[in-house]
Design a binder for this molecule. Structure first.
Ligand code: 13P
Ligand code: SF4
Length: 309
């Protein structure tokens, strides 16, 4: 009787047959991260997609990330295991409202967080991620007014870090990070008095004010791994525990549940599963398909961001 292949073997076989690369964001289930060629934050995954020279990118993340990979690889097939893997920040910011803003305020530089639809990217002057947002805003002449979109907490944090007064901020929020409550962090700190606190800048200001370190998902992981401290409270999606446990098995990490699900998982990110990844590689679907004209317009602000060192 032929041996039954495990789903992991099936995925690895399909990956070879398809000349595919599996990219996984830190918020994916561990079993997906284990199979990935590259795990990273949204900036690292955009850079990995830019360097790829195979045929198929299997993007284990959310739609806006897979769209970015498609814009950077228009001739390649980009599949996403579940097309319903959206993002509340994307939903907060429709492209027609950005076009209307542009008409009313033609002097503003539009700086868009990567957590936006490809249509919004196409209306933007430059993109940023949580990792490079301070650098991107600082690269814009100080006299130029800015619209920063769509995350209110990241926007306020960047405004404070850059001392930039002429910056309007959109009112979008991440349903995971914006619902971390300072009172729960206060209880966690009382329970773990030796722990340092690391937070993603999408968290509310009262949570950020308690943090010892603020940064992107990968920056949080690097900081916890290289710190002399042994214990941390980590204010981001708990998928980062995969890399934290691998890279610092002797350290202790605590996650604080948010107000939405009493967990710290992103319901969009967690729509992807091993079964859906296998099917996406087998069927080359669901696929990200974008009109050429949209790809061309969205590419410029992405490339401007990638050029900022
Ligand atoms: P990173 O840029 O830190 O990967 O964050 C992406 C994201 O969706 C945060 O919620
Ligand atoms: Fe969007 Fe928040 Fe999920 Fe990140 S964690 S994908 S910002 S909803």
């Amino acid at each position: 009787m032929p041996a039954v292949q495990s789903i992991t073997e099936e995925i690895l076989d399909l990956k070879r047959q398809r000349r595919a690369m599996i990219l996984a964001h830190h918020y994916q289930d561990s079993e997906i991260q284990e199979l990935a060629d590259s795990i990273g934050d949204s900036l690292e995954l955009a850079r990995a997609a830019q360097k790829f020279d195979g045929d198929v990118i299997a993007f284990c993340g959310v739609v806006f990330m897979a769209e970015t990979a498609k814009v950077l690889n228009p001739a390649r097939t980009v599949v996403l295991p579940d097309l319903d893997a959206g993002c509340s920040l994307v939903d907060s910011c429709p492209a027609e409202q950005i076009r209307a803003f542009r008409e009313r305020h033609p002097d503003h530089v539009i700086v868009s967080y990567i957590n936006t639809s490809v249509e919004v990217k196409a209306e933007s002057d430059i993109l940023c991620t949580s990792r490079n947002a301070v650098k991107i805003v600082n690269s814009i002449p100080r006299g130029k007014p800015i619209l920063f979109l769509p995350d209110i907490n990241l926007g306020n944090y960047i405004k404070q870090q850059t001392g930039r007064e002429n910056m309007k901020i959109w009112q979008g929020a991440c349903i995971v990070h914006a619902t971390f409550a300072a009172r729960k962090l206060t209880s966690a700190r009382a329970e773990h008095p030796n722990a340092l606190i690391a937070a993603h800048p999408e968290c509310p200001p009262d949570v950020l004010s308690m943090a010892d370190f603020i940064g992107s998902t990968s920056a949080i992981i690097d900081w916890c791994v290289t710190s002399d401290a042994q214990e941390f409270i980590v204010m981001t999606e708990s998928g980062v525990s995969h890399s934290l446990k691998l890279r610092a098995p002797e350290k202790r990490f605590h996650f604080v549940p948010n107000e939405n699900c009493n967990c710290s998982e992103c319901p969009y990110m967690r729509r992807n599963t091993l079964e859906k990844l296998r099917d996406a590689l087998a069927n080359l679907a669901p696929r990200i398909e974008l009109p050429q004209e949209l790809i061309q317009r969205a590419r410029l602000p992405i490339e401007r961001m990638l050029a900022v060192k």
